[in-house]
Write a protein that binds this ligand. Structure first.
Ligand code: SF4
Length: 403
């Protein structure tokens, strides 16, 4: 089974050419191993990398531009495409570029399946169905600005947790904070002008109120017995900067409903704020990080007034207080599987047994990321990184599960 090249012409048309063997990038540019490949799963998207020549075992090819696959939810990427940028190559938008090749005229990707959840399968609305749900709900609570925000996110960004507010199912979004105390290189809600990129989503522009948040959460838990309501969404900054509001909202929710799960998605930067939310009744938390090594964390998050130690302290606190703790590990081949990274991760997991690590694909231009955090000394392969999590008796997944 030999891997054939998949490439694009300047106009984005896709070609298979098995005269060339493509190279992959796992922090070190190399040939792909057969057991790193699976047939491209349903829902895989195809993408050209403009201004970037495909690299093969016979060199990079003029006029043959690199191809990448974008994996559906539930898969962890093992390798990124290897490419050589031309001088005027434009900035790449924030996607999870994954190595792909052709075998017997079929598209294969370097990935592994790491989760399965009906809740997160793409939804297909009948003509106008979503609009009807949104309009009816907004009409019932016209003054609720948070409802207007999640309506925007449902329509414009196809956000599942926002749509769940209107579908009255699963995990519902409760965005809270317009500000953030980090400046992530790959932030999806706010990009710095010099990045040359537009952020995929517009960040919420106002401070939400206890009343608006509680009204949405109570409505959801009245209709979804095992529902999840989650503070901290892609359309906002850092929710722990508004821990007083979150704590009051939790108290208001719990004064009315005892069912379901109250969750928080956070960068874990403000341990005292997290403690306040836990005292109020928070039950689950998902902390995002790209690395367990201070330099690689700082290079990506560019934190303001906190560091990785604060994040790890928040995780420890949540485990000690008995919350359901997941880590949202922003994975990238060549960084997540660096030998030193795996050592740092397993040492922490042995001390602090979280329930799950979600091995999410970091959406960023690989060259940009390697420039920011550095290439590895010794990449061991993403499958080794995933195996190390399991060896530490921590579940691997991609979605928030309540149990
Ligand atoms: S922590 Fe979240 S909101 Fe803040 S900069 Fe990073 S990605 Fe953006």
């Amino acid at each position: 089974m030999s891997a054939g090249l998949v490439y694009c012409d300047r106009d984005g048309r896709i070609y298979y050419d098995d005269r060339y063997e493509p190279l992959a990038d796992g922090g070190v540019v190399r040939e792909v191993e057969a057991d790193e490949l699976i047939p491209a799963p349903p829902g895989t998207l195809e993408m050209i990398l403009p201004g970037r020549r495909a690299r093969t075992t016979r060199g990079s090819l003029r006029g043959k531009y690199a191809f990448a696959a974008i994996l559906p939810a539930g898969y962890t990427r093992l390798l990124v495409p290897a490419y050589e940028s031309e001088g005027d190559a434009p900035a790449l938008p924030l996607f999870g570029y994954t190595f792909a090749c052709a075998i017997d005229d079929e598209l294969y990707v370097a990935a592994m399946k790491t989760d399965e959840s009906e809740d997160w399968q793409p939804r297909y609305f009948a003509e106008g169905e979503l609009e009807t749900l949104l309009d009816r709900r907004i009409a019932a609570d016209p003054a609720n600005r948070v409802l207007a925000q999640v309506a925007l996110c449902s329509r414009e960004y196809g956000c599942f947790t926002a749509q769940n507010v209107f579908l009255e199912r699963g995990e519902a979004a409760l965005p809270v904070s317009p500000k953030c105390n980090a400046r992530c290189v790959g932030c999806i809600s706010e990009q710095e002008p010099e990045s040359g990129l537009e952020s995929p989503q517009a960040r919420i522009a106002f401070e939400t109120s206890v009343d608006e948040l509680a009204r949405i959460a109570i409505h959801h838990l009245e209709r979804v017995e095992e529902g999840i309501v989650s503070f901290g969404q892609g359309c906002e900054g850092e929710p722990l900067l508004r821990s007083i509001t979150i704590a009051k909202a939790i108290e208001r929710i719990r004064a009315s409903r005892t069912n379901g799960t109250i969750n928080l998605n956070t960068n874990g930067s403000v341990t005292g704020g997290l403690e306040r939310c836990i005292d109020a009744g928070l039950q689950a938390v998902r902390v995002s990080l790209n690395s367990f090594r201070p330099h690689a964390y700082a290079a990506y998050y560019r934190p303001i007034g906190y560091d990785l130690d604060d994040v790890l302290a928040s995780i420890r606190l949540a485990v000690q207080r008995g919350l359901r703790v997941s880590l949202n590990l922003l994975t990238h081949p060549g960084v997540t599987d660096d030998a030193q990274e795996i050592d740092a991760m397993t040492a922490f997991l042995r001390e602090v047994p979280v329930a799950m690590i979600q091995t999410r694909t970091l959406n960023i231009d690989p060259a940009w990321y390697f420039d920011a955090v550095g290439r590895p000394r010794e990449p061991l392969g993403m499958r080794r990184a995933v195996a190390a999590i399991r060896d530490a008796r921590v579940a691997v997944g991609n979605f928030t599960h309540t149990h």
